[in-house]
Design a binder for this molecule. Structure first.
Ligand SMILES: [Zn+2]
Length: 339
């Protein structure tokens, strides 16, 4: 653990130096001596040795009002820094070395704010391109062609998000509970093509798993693979469907730990996935945070520390060994999000 933190510090310094040098993140290094996969963060690309435990689904800044509401997704960056930088510091103290931000276009994504919070706390965040589901799909994306959406995602995955200096690491999507709509289908096809070209992973908020097979069919038809697709909120459907989707190769994300359900529920799902031989496809997170522009002062954030401080000791006590916990919390999320 201590070694990992030392590595993290070294990695962050290297990342900051690259940013200062105006280096186009990742690309220059990859064209050099090694093509090792890296986690693209707000502080630059990090190698596996520079990170340990990663939370694959949290939020620093999100606004769940629809984009037509005036002021949606807007806040003073310094207010967000004041509320959320201490939360990142608490996460670091609890052994969490990086956090994946899961707010795409439509729910107030703001890479400049993420960068400000990240730099204030010297803490790496992993930012997405992509678009949330209807009715959060912004008008420009409703009207855009599949090709235009593909170009837009590619631009953020290879360059930066809206002049923020932050490169997108991955693609966040969502599907409606009652079935995937035509617009969501268009966005997913564009995403699968951009993923196939960059290696970026796709993650979809999909609460009703029956939509999953259809989403995976679309991904395959667009030339990509279920192995680069995360079923976000997989806990909301049956274990049987989790296993079925895992058998197609997709990632299964259990991401409301510390929320409404008993810890025994999560432990049961994790053990079942391990017993079925799908442990290498499972990730764990809280879906917590965040600064909410709809609330006075951004509201009261929930700490990113429940899993490391409360849940993992219980998982260990239930018989899951240290190496498996390392796989679930460090190796798996790095493999999923690095490229
Ligand atoms: Zn979320």
């Amino acid at each position: 653990m201590w070694n990992r933190r030392e590595f993290l510090r070294a990695g962050l310094c290297a990342g900051a130096a690259m940013a200062l040098a105006g280096c186009r993140m990742g690309r220059d290094a990859e064209e050099g001596e090694d093509a090792m996969e890296k986690l693209i963060t707000t502080l630059g690309p990090l190698e596996a040795s520079a990170v340990g435990m990663i939370l694959p689904h949290e939020h620093v800044f999100v606004d769940l009002r629809t984009p037509d509401v005036p002021g949606q997704g807007e806040a003073d960056a310094q207010d967000v820094v004041a509320l959320m930088a201490p939360e990142l510091e608490k996460a670091r103290a609890a052994g969490v070395t990086a956090i994946v931000e899961c707010s795409p276009e439509g729910v107030g994504r703001n890479a400049a704010i993420l960068k400000a919070v990240s730099e204030a706390a010297a803490y790496p965040l992993v930012a997405p391109t992509g678009i949330y589901r209807e009715p959060w799909v912004p008008r420009w994306a409703q009207e855009a062609s599949e090709d235009a959406l593909h170009e837009w995602m590619l631009g953020e995955l290879q360059g930066e998000i809206e002049g923020s200096g932050v490169q997108a690491a991955w693609i966040k999507l969502s599907a409606g509970d009652d079935g995937i709509t035509e617009i969501e289908r268009k966005i997913l096809r564009a995403a699968a093509r951009a993923g196939a070209e960059t290696g970026a992973i796709l993650g979809s908020h999909t609460r009703r798993g029956r939509v999953l097979h259809e989403q995976l069919d679309i991904v395959e038809a667009a030339g990509y693979t279920p192995e680069r697709f995360i079923w976000i909120h997989a806990q909301n459907d049956t274990l049987a469907l989790n296993l079925e989707v895992a058998a197609r190769g997709a990632w299964i994300e259990y991401d409301a730990i510390g929320g409404g359900r008993e810890d025994a529920f999560w432990i049961g799902r994790i053990q079942a996935m391990l017993e079925a031989g799908h442990g290498e496809q499972v990730m764990l997170s809280h879906d917590r945070g965040w600064y909410d522009p709809a609330k006075p002062g951004g509201g009261t954030p929930k700490a990113f520390t429940y899993i490391s401080e409360q849940f993992l000791p219980k998982l260990a006590a239930a018989g899951v060994d240290e190496a498996t916990i390392e796989m679930l919390t460090a190796t798996n999320p790095f493999r999923a999000f690095a490229r």
